[in-house]
Write a protein that binds this ligand. Sequence first.
Ligand code: GTP
Ligand code: MG
Length: 293
Amino acid sequence: MSYQKKDDNKRSEEEIKNDNSVNMVDVNDNNISDAIVNDIENKIDMINLSEKENAKNAEWTEVVNNSNDVVDVGEVEVIEKVEKKTALIEVDPRPHLNIIFIGHVDAGKSTACGNILYILGYVDDRTIEKYEREAKEKNRESWFLAFIMDINEEERQKGKTVEVGRAHFETQDRRFTILDAPGHKNFIPNMISGAAQADIGVLIISARKGEFETGFERGGQTREHTLLARTLGINQLIVAINKMDDPTCNWSESRYEDIQKKITPYIKSCGYNINKDVYFVPISGLTGQNLAE
Ligand SMILES: Nc1nc2c(ncn2[C@@H]2O[C@H](COP(=O)(O)OP(=O)(O)OP(=O)(O)O)[C@@H](O)[C@H]2O)c(=O)[nH]1
Ligand SMILES: [Mg+2]
């Protein structure tokens, strides 16, 4: 590109000095005019370059949008993870509830939890038969359903839950996680950590002769667990009066009512509204009556 000084040679120096359109540069100075020309040329080149880059970027975006092949592996993984997460949220919109089973040692919490899973079809017959054999070998025949929840050797050997057991089940419109707390007073810290995660509590009380009395009236864990549950934010309580099949009570209405009458004032004193937040039910965790409903 060249710069033409047209007709300037015909004008007097005075004229040229007074001409504002050319005053900004000394038109006689070839070096300066060349610098300006170069500068303009550079600017044009830069504009062309950025236009080219923009076009290239647009092309690239189009390719990325149309094909996964050009996205690197790391990006693909991130996209897949996000898609999976979104899919999970979309696939299962049912609400989820954590239910904790609490109560005095040997009240039948693990048996009830295990039997719920069995009744709902989460445990097959072969596994149950295996647990029956194992329980027999350990002289704990009646504990075979508890073995569904009590999975470590120490728990099975002693017939006592130590760690909070966890299991999942679902119904048509809800998903549940059951938490099986230990009843023994030595494991209260574990019970607390389980109860702190729970939305609803199931207080299991044994109706067997002597067991209700030990668990409630003689300093058992029934009271402590109820108070802890309330303190830890469990606002709804199902009180399941268990072992109703046992020969010492044999589904006796008077035994059920007697236990209900004795325990109600204590539950109230923990802060529960008996009519609104508490639901009583007679059950047998072992035979499964009133369990899954
Ligand atoms: N007859 C009868 N026995 C039951 C019932 N539920 C539990 N048992 C028995 O009670 C004993 C203790 O049962 P578990 O389920 O281990 O009791 P738990 O409340 O989990 O005990 P911890 O975990 O030690 O607090 C076992 O021998 C069970 O067979 C029941 O509904 N009827
Ligand atoms: Mg247990």
